[in-house]
Design a protein around this ligand. Structure first.
Ligand SMILES: Cc1cc2nc3c(=O)[nH]c(=O)nc-3n(C[C@H](O)[C@H](O)[C@H](O)COP(=O)(O)OP(=O)(O)OC[C@H]3O[C@@H](n4cnc5c(N)ncnc54)[C@H](O)[C@@H]3O)c2cc1C
Length: 359
């Protein structure tokens, strides 16, 4: 606490003392009182400084993948000065991959993190503020809407949810090390890189059958590894896979290790009935065991389907006015960067319309 502050406070107290019998006593008593008063004032002012005022925004975008940043670019250009909460994975899923060859505008491909940095730069150029923190709590039933980013509460007239979905992985050590080096969770994205190679797909549902069938366009052979003794996929999907001469389905089989130094060279497999082990030489491993939409924070706030995806109405709307959705957080079908980006554009256009009607 500055000494000068206490001294001048003491002078004030003495000055307002109605009958000062002794100027020195007054000064010393006043100094003591002033010290106590100044201390408490100083502490309160410090406390005030730590309680930040709540910030209000026209639009908060939750998520910084292709959906979130595209929404931010459109909203920024519409002068809505959006705030983006970038979340636990700034830039989204594409930051975990190398070459992206199917995003329009890049005939020679572009690496995922570069593409996402370019989207971020484009968003901030048009007045978007990006906070590298996660949304920890929302109240979408209040007016204005309340969004807590980290431990800071913000209010907003409108929100776009673009929190994506995370692929489920086997959880093995070598799996993460070899991600993007032969291990993938997206055949549409990475299948092209496996021309003429043998690959394996893990999973027994529709997604696994679809991925396996798609991969036969490139791979010379696809082995589908199913943990149980039957497939969960629909009959037509199973029939298609079973009739494909390039696909072998192996039941009761699990992957116990992924082999390879720089890239995947094979898999260690275990037969779950007789515990026999073997090695399967493959150049790639595709996981098709599901995705988990990042919607935990919206539970009890929005309608979610059985798998946790946000239930949307009319493309990007929710049951709550001013709450819009974009990208993989509601899309279990296409799950591509370009579809997520297109969805982000639609959500921003709807948000802009909503806000202009509100004014
Ligand atoms: C390895 C890999 C390779 C791929 N390759 C391709 C490809 O070549 N071409 C292609 O088109 N697609 C590809 N995809 C798919 C593509 O990445 C996704 O379809 C796309 O990223 C979905 O975009 P999104 O914005 O909906 O969500 P995401 O990209 O998943 O982004 C979600 C965002 O939400 C944020 N978030 C989550 N929770 C919170 C929270 N609580 N608070 C704030 N933010 C939060 C995350 O931090 C993240 O920024 C690939 C995916 C993977 C995993």
């Amino acid at each position: 606490m500055p000494k000068e502050y206490s001294k001048s406070l003491a002078n004030c107290l003495c000055f307002y003392n109605p009958q000062p019998s002794d100027k020195n006593t007054c000064a010393s008593n006043a100094m003591k009182k002033a010290l106590i008063l100044a201390q408490s004032l100083f502490i309160s002012s410090m406390q005030c400084a730590t309680i930040r005022p709540m910030k209000h925004h026209k639009l908060i975008i939750i998520g910084s993948g292709p959906a979130g940043y595209t929404a931010a670019i459109y909203a920024g250009r519409a002068e809505l000065s959006p705030l983006v909460a970038a979340g636990p994975e700034p830039g989204g899923q594409l930051t975990t991959t190398t070459e992206v060859e199917n995003f329009p505008g890049f005939p020679n491909g572009i690496v995922g993190p570069d593409l996402m940095q370019a989207m971020r730069d484009q968003a901030t150029k048009f007045g978007t503020e990006v906070v590298d923190a996660s949304v920890t709590k929302v109240n979408l039933k209040s007016t204005p809407l309340s969004i807590t980013i980290g431990d800071e509460e913000h209010t907003t007239d409108c929100v776009i949810i673009a929190t994506g979905a995370s692929a489920l992985w086997l959880g093995q050590t070598n799996e993460q090390r070899l991600r993007g080096k032969g291990v993938s969770a997206c055949a549409t994205c990475d299948g092209f890189f496996f021309k003429g190679k043998a690959v394996a797909v893990v999973g027994g549902g529709d997604a696994a059958m679809e991925e396996a069938t798609f991969l036969t366009k490139f791979a010379n052979h696809v082995t589908v590894l199913v943990r149980s003794d039957k497939l969960r996929a629909s009959k037509p999907m199973i029939k298609r896979a079973e009739e494909n001469p390039k696909i072998t389905i192996r039941y009761n089989t699990v992957v116990t290790d992924i082999l390879g130094e720089a890239t995947v060279t094979g898999l260690k497999l275990k037969h779950v009935i007789d515990s026999t082990e073997e090695e399967l030489p493959v150049g790639g491993l595709f996981l098709a065991i599901g995705h988990r939409p990042n919607t935990d924070v919206f539970r009890d706030q929005l309608e979610l389907d059985q798998k946790g995806y946000i239930v949307i109405q009319n493309q990007v709307l929710t049951s709550i006015p001013g709450v819009f959705v974009a990208g993989d957080v509601a899309d279990y079908r296409y799950r591509q960067a370009i579809t997520a980006a297109g969805w982000g554009c639609m959500a921003a256009l709807e948000a802009e319309k909503f806000l202009s009607h509100k004014e």
